[in-house]
Design a protein around this ligand. Structure first.
Ligand SMILES: C[S@@+](CC[C@H](N)C(=O)[O-])C[C@H]1O[C@@H](n2cnc3c(N)ncnc32)[C@H](O)[C@@H]1O
Length: 337
């Protein structure tokens, strides 16, 4: 396995484009399209010279035409495809969702539940915190603002460039590193808290290793929390309308959702599914004591669409699951080789 770790270089551009494309429809991408936190094909229009710079870069990484499949994907295939995919998608993700996330804000999911409301991580003042799949670091920046020492790790260079941009704009810097959830570049017992807000876990094939890595870098008694697409959503098409309320595939079928580049035949994007029972077993197997499973309700008056998340569906069925677990004292995993 090759692990690339690099500190993020400065980037001064700010993405100001508006996406003009429609959401990826099931007609385009096949019967299953479970893009985490909602994704759209970007068709940029840029106004300023700075955003022209962004556009030039973006044209080097266009979204390829893809076809959705259900097939196996290894950890290496998943990491390679998803890193490139998040590089392609980062500008649009931040332009579309940045205001909702808040530059210094901690939102657990499209329902808008904040860590200030939920308190899943526990006290943060003076704590060493690692965010895995940190994206532009909004959550970690909020933790720093609360007095915690948060650090970011993400697979996507472009997401980390956005993180650095927001560091500069807010004056609250989140030291961040490029890497993958399955090989955390930190010593054993480095953190009091490890968390993911829709980051990384749905993108890795080797989930046991990713959770074992979280356990390894935590101190005994440390806290691990993460939000993911609610596992029951796997049964439904990624459609925010009433059309998306009819179950079309088995909850128990863990075969990954894979998009394949029509031109090259290469895997372009992968998402992995685990049932609620799988998650209980994975956490217990890594030495965690599960304390919390939050299924945030869709708030009244919350009309925001985010991919397959909407008020129409959110009134009836959960879209997000948030797990909280404590590392049992004396059971931390050893180094993984
Ligand atoms: C839905 S975004 C969430 C980012 C951020 N937590 C937020 O709330 O906006 C998922 C992030 O996970 C990152 N990611 C995907 N696979 C990863 C992996 N194997 N290791 C680390 N990060 C990964 C992506 O690059 C992306 O930034």
């Amino acid at each position: 396995m090759v692990l690339v770790i690099e500190w993020v270089s400065p980037w001064v551009g700010r993405c100001s484009r508006e996406s003009t494309a429609l959401g990826c429809s099931t007609a385009v991408l096949g019967p299953r399209h479970s893009r985490v936190r909602g994704r759209r094909v970007l068709s940029p229009t840029d106004e300023s010279s700075r955003s022209t710079l962004v556009a030039v870069e973006q044209q080097h990484w266009p979204h390829p035409p893809v076809t959705a499949h259900r097939r196996e994907a290894t950890e290496d295939e998943s990491r390679h495809a998803n890193g490139l995919d998040w590089d392609r998608y980062a500008d649009e993700y931040q332009a579309t969702h940045g205001d909702f996330l808040g530059d210094v804000g901690f939102v657990w999911g499209p329902e808008g539940l904040t860590e200030a409301q939920a308190g899943i991580l526990g006290p943060l003042v003076g704590k060493d915190v690692l965010e895995v799949g940190s994206g532009a670091g909004q959550c970690s920046r909020w933790i720093r603002d609360q007095g915690g020492r948060a650090f970011g790790l993400d697979l996507s260079h472009r997401q980390l460039q956005h993180s650095l941009r927001i560091d500069e704009e807010t004056g609250i810097a989140v030291p961040s590193v490029r890497g993958t959830a399955t090989v955390l570049p930190f010593a054993d017992g480095s953190f009091d808290v490890v968390f993911c807000a829709f980051g990384a876990l749905q993108f890795v094939a080797d989930i046991e290793r990713a959770v074992a890595e979280a356990a390894r870098v935590l101190r005994p008694g440390g806290r691990f929390a993460f939000s993911i697409t609610h596992p029951t959503r796997w049964m439904f098409p990624d459609d925010p309308t009433e059309e998306g309320l009819t179950a079309t595939q088995p909850y128990w079928d863990r075969t990954p959702y894979v998009e394949v580049d029509d031109t090259t035949g290469a895997i372009a994007y992968v998402e992995h599914h685990r049932t609620l029972g799988d998650w209980v077993g994975i956490l217990a197997g890594a030495g965690f004591h599960l304390t919390t499973l939050l299924e945030p309700e869709w708030p009244a008056g919350h009309d925001r669409l985010w991919g397959g998340w909407s008020a129409v569906r959110g009134r009836l069925t959960p879209g997000t699951a948030i797990f909280g677990a404590d590392l049992l004292t004396g059971t931390r995993s050893g180094p993984l080789v």
